[in-house]
Design a binder for this molecule. Structure first.
Ligand SMILES: NC(=O)c1ccc[n+]([C@@H]2O[C@H](COP(=O)([O-])OP(=O)(O)OC[C@H]3O[C@@H](n4cnc5c(N)ncnc54)[C@H](OP(=O)(O)O)[C@@H]3O)[C@@H](O)[C@H]2O)c1
Length: 324
């Protein structure tokens, strides 16, 4: 059984290039998906407190460790949720994640979003006065949280990184601490190439993990997996459209974490298909004039009233990200 290619992170750790995403995997689906994925070669799992399914992932892990894999052969990423950005909360939430997963350590722990919520009132605390909005903590800065991440015991987290961070936000935390995140996990697919951010991350040796690589469609656009150009390239390569999209991210050097709870897709998404430069360019061209970011918290319901990416729709937000 092939375990696929690896990326070497700035920490020296080996990150399997294709991992299993677990967001929106429904109860009772994710346990089987994780067990099935590990039995079929996946060694990289993408997890998070906010997915509210880590206890099920933990149940799956019990079925495969140590009978199928040793713990040290798996690469587990999880993410600090917004309501634990306050330095007094950070390690407590990490401990809860470790308990849910039934593991002593994570291979990678990310700040999930560059925005803090007040602690102690659930994962999505409601705004006290603005109905339909999420409460925002405007005091805790990214630098405060990054320092708390740096201070976490190495016995509990082997590497730290961030997710959904822009160049400006990365520069802010690196400038204040001198500590460079190992990874920035970002939305990345042919409609959102983010060339400037990718180039900056490369210059700092920050590895990029591509989320929503199949363009998980939260806003009702035609599916990338059904795009005629992706279909054409897939047909030529005798591959699936998802394999072509994963291959596009791999061609750019990313690790890629497609989510599926379906056995056939879990298997086929993991089979690495290499794109020629010509096919890569053909797929990249889909994005020209068709720039799309699917995941913008300002448009969530309940809304986060904050400008994270400086997308046009976010310009009316009441808050900006507090970097320092
Ligand atoms: N850091 C962050 O803020 C963040 C944000 C979003 C996502 N993520 C991570 O990235 C992972 C992947 O992103 P995502 O879940 O948003 O989207 P995605 O992986 O791009 O797409 C998932 C969707 O595609 C379907 N799918 C899977 N394989 C397929 C195939 N071979 N052909 C056609 N459709 C297929 C899945 O349905 P089935 O399950 O029914 O197959 C699901 O509806 C997440 O699960 C999560 O771990 C992180």
């Amino acid at each position: 059984m092939s375990l696929g290619k690896h990326i070497i992170l700035s920490t020296g750790a080996k990150l399997p290039q294709i991992g299993l995403g677990t967001w929106l995997s429904k109860p009772r689906e994710v346990e089987h998906a994780v067990e099935y994925a590990v039995r079929n070669g996946y060694r990289h799992l993408d997890l998070a407190m906010i997915y509210e399914n880590q206890h099920e992932v933990g149940a799956a892990l019990k079925k495969v460790i140590p009978s199928v894999v040793k713990r040290e052969d798996l690469f587990m990423t999880s993410k600090l949720w917004n309501s634990a950005h306050q330095p007094a909360e950070t390690e407590k939430e990490l401990d809860e994640t470790l308990k849910q997963l039934g593991t002593e350590y994570l291979d990678l722990y990310l700040i999930h979003w560059p925005i803090a919520f007040p602690p102690g009132n659930g994962l999505n605390p409601p705004h006290a006065t603005k109905a339909g909005e999420t409460a925002i903590d405007t005091e805790t800065s990214l630098v405060d949280t990054w320092k708390a991440m740096i201070a976490l015991p190495k016995s509990k987290v082997k590497a730290i990184g961030v997710s959904n961070f822009t160049v400006e936000q990365l520069k802010g935390i690196i400038g204040a601490t001198g500590v460079v995140p190992a990874v920035n996990q970002i939305e990345a697919h042919p409609l959102l190439p983010q060339d400037e951010l990718v180039a900056y991350c490369k210059s700092q040796n920050i590895h990029i993990t591509a989320y929503s690589p199949l363009g998980n469609n939260l806003i009702g656009k035609p599916k990338l997996t059904e795009n005629p150009i992706v279909e054409e390239v897939a047909k030529k390569l005798n591959a699936t459209t998802a394999q072509v999209l994963v291959g596009w991210g791999a061609h750019r050097g990313y690790s890629v974490i497609p989510k599926s709870v379906q056995e056939e897709r879990i298997i086929s998404n993991f089979k690495q298909v290499e794109l020629s430069q010509e096919d890569y360019e053909k797929i990249s061209a889909i994005g020209h004039g068709n720039y799309t970011r699917f995941n913008i918290p300002f448009t969530y319901k309940p809304k986060w009233d904050v400008n994270i990416f400086d997308e046009p729709v976010e310009k009316q937000a009441a808050f900006k990200v507090k970097i320092q």
